[in-house]
Design a protein around this ligand. Sequence first.
Ligand SMILES: C[S@@+](CC[C@H](N)C(=O)[O-])C[C@H]1O[C@@H](n2cnc3c(N)ncnc32)[C@H](O)[C@@H]1O
Length: 245
Amino acid sequence: MRGDYEELAKHRPSQNQIIQLLKQPDFFRLPRGASSRNQSKRLDKILGFKISKVEQKLLKKYKAYYSFDQSCRKQKYQGCETWIGLHPQVLQTPYNEIFDFFEILRVHNPKSIVDIGAGYGRVGLVMASMFPEATFSGYEIVEKRLEEGNRIFERLELEQCQMHYADLSKESFTPPQADVYFIYDFSDPLDIRKILRQLRSVNENRKAFVIAKGEFIQPILKKYPEFKSIVPLAKGKSWDILQLN
Ligand SMILES: C[S@@+](CC[C@H](N)C(=O)[O-])C[C@H]1O[C@@H](n2cnc3c(N)ncnc32)[C@H](O)[C@@H]1O
């Protein structure tokens, strides 16, 4: 299987071939012995993403996340922490990790998935392969990222997947009801708290799951006991899957 990714990446499969490949529900599973980041990098290429090009252009125009240079004329993207300058394979969750999270949630048969700070929409692609009947909404502030995600969704005829522009830190943004939410360190702790409060109120009296990845969100979740971990073995890792109601 690992060889397949290497070969596929070299031979630029046609749009039709990729559409068929995505219909295999274990397309995003990590082959034994393969490297997660390497597999994701190959998959980005196979799927037709131009992520490095977009990220390089962003870095030319906006301040990098690691820059503390006060004299720098470049500004942070809309004043938010959008991780410009971070390696694309660190900025995004590896495809196989998203696959593994969804395997855990398969028994709950999710029908709607929302990514809070969606990057290029990877979560939507894995969902489309594993739960083709479900819908995906990804919310993202960096327009060039969400445009690239929507370009790939259109190219692969994934009408059930959509990226939307949103500044999640604004009080005026409320996440919609969904069966599963995906959050990977999208912003600072105050914004994460605001989103968790909103998730609690939009899902009052209905079951919902939150896949929470990253070091910022783990300590914050401890202050919200109504989000209960469903994966005890996940303790100590930088991710968790929690259930509300
Ligand atoms: C670490 S990336 C995760 C991307 C994707 N969820 C994944 O796991 O592959 C976090 C994303 O959140 C976005 N983001 C940060 N602050 C935001 C805000 N205030 N509103 C919307 N998106 C934001 C960033 O631009 C970035 O693309």
